[in-house]
Design a binder for this molecule. Sequence first.
Ligand code: SF4
Ligand code: SF4
Length: 666
Amino acid sequence: MSLKSYVVIAVLGTGFSVGFYFFYRLFRYLQLGKYENRFDQIPLRLKTFAIGVLGQNKMFKDFLPGLLHAFVFWGFIIISVGTLELFVEGIFDGFNLSFIGNTPYALLLFFQDLFYVLVLGAVLFFFFRRLVLKPKRLEVLSRHSAWDAYFILTLILCIVVSSLSMNGANDLLDPHPWDTLKPFSTLFSMFYAQLPLSINALTVISEISWWVHVGAVIVFFIYLPFSKHLHIIAAAPNVFFTRLTPRGRLKKIDLGDESQTTFGAGKLEELPWKAILDGYACTECGRCNEFCPTYTTQKPLKPRSLIVNLRHHAEKKGYAIYTQDTDHPELKKDLILDVISPEAVWDCTTCGACVEACPVYIEHVDHIIDMRRNLVLMQGKMDPEAQKVFNNWENTSNPWGFSPQSRGDWAKELSLPLLSQNPNVEYLYYVGCAASFDSRNQKVARAFAILLQKAKVSFGILGSEERCNGESCRRLGNEYLAQQMIEENKKVLFKYNIKKILTTCPHCFNTLRNEYPDFDARFEVIHHTEFLKQLIQEGKLKISKQIEKKLVYHDPCYLGRYNKIYGPPRSVLQELPGTVLVEMPRHKDKGFCCGAGGGRMWLEEHRGTRINVNRVEEALALDPKVIATACPFCITMLEDGLNAKNQEKEVQTRDIAEILLEAISS
Ligand code: SF4
Ligand code: SF4
């Protein structure tokens, strides 16, 4: 071996040893998190990995930057093969990968050359975007973060330009038929050929380019553990280890497990290890902020900061623990005070927009709920409003504290069958608290019940026997009370051997469908918009009237984003002759929350501007006569929003069932 071989071995050995040491430290910090099994369902994980990592599916939601980012990612894989070849070639002069076969090697050379240019174009665009376009979502969190982005982009630029330059010089020094497979490197050789360069000068250019390439790769590797671009390594495992249970299902706490001394997460070690990996994987792209209702309405919760703060805390606390630096200030920090503010923990509406938008499958909502659970169950710290609503649920099984005996009063005039009188019906209409007690939403329950009667559906209600299903209580962090409520509700449902449930509330729908199986209660749960669509298609509901109105549809988060029901409510509206359905800019998976999810329906909004007003303003910009929706919480919030804008007379908020009933009434 030549002297260069020994120098290359020394440089690569030192560089990668240092880099691997820093990565090893991060791996140890990861082990601080609570164990959670994410090694199950490997085939499904591999499929998710193929779609989310290799296919970059979520990146394409923001098409142009997503496509360019995908070029960089795919380029990273293919260029890495070329880089490995260069490392070995630096040690064993003349080495190349042609032993893999002529055609595969020719394809490798062609794609490497192509991706050098695609990556180059993408990096130049990313520079332009940061320096000139400056999109709000890329607002930097610190000076380090701004500098970090430019540094990494410059390193990538060095890697691709040095490769093209080296290939260009080598092609002149040692022409080969393969050179035609590298059209973009050929541009460099044509450029060098125009210059009065001797063989020695070309050799120097080739050597310098080689060292720039290898040097940039080593600096990149050593620096990565300190950069937000750590996602280049961490995003792939983060997608692989993503939660595979339905997105709308909260983790169940085993309250009977006596080995558990704490509940929820009051410190880093009580969060699952995946939360720390989430921090490593965050690209700081700001997509979560862009769609977050609390960030948009200037509240303390900013999902990007929540994840970035968790990462910084894990790194500093991990360092202090492993170096046994007991005086380190990070060890004295309270997770839900110094790292994440309690206000941020309570502001979340659990709308899931952040999780949906995040290209690297970060699970913000689960971490927020873990922190709420700790505040409520371990620290007893919560808003007085939350305390009041917990008391109401405990005493009356509804959030307002109404008498449970009056739960079925909304249906008195309709003579609806009670299951206690006729248990042999096909469907239970599970009404839920909002439609049972809130006078506005009782109208929705009545409209739906009349539609069921008109379609001659075999159904019944539980009346005063119905219990709250615990959905909002769980999301407010009171797992203990929620599980009590779930057990009580289950008892009634099991008493009548219920198999099929209809709901008009997406929150009831989501919890009965996605969460009750964790409590050994499985039903076929159907949201009323799906059921109404089916009844129209089967000819059981006949539309007889024109509805000459311009409508805009608001997607409830727990129906749309959590359960992917976007089509049925729109289909019902489109069936109605004369209606004009228009879409708000934020719709379907990008739908904007009304502000009531996550139990926020029962808490006042004390910080920032109002979420429901923000949503109503978006709807009003389209000049509709009706804001249609399919959720009792959304109806309340949107009506309040219209009141705030003094538009309650001009524009109505109506449930799909009410609009349909109007179209089929004689
Ligand atoms: S769930 Fe919704 S409100 Fe909560 S952080 Fe995510 S986007 Fe914001
Ligand atoms: S959490 Fe996800 S969406 Fe938010 S900044 Fe990080 S990578 Fe982007």
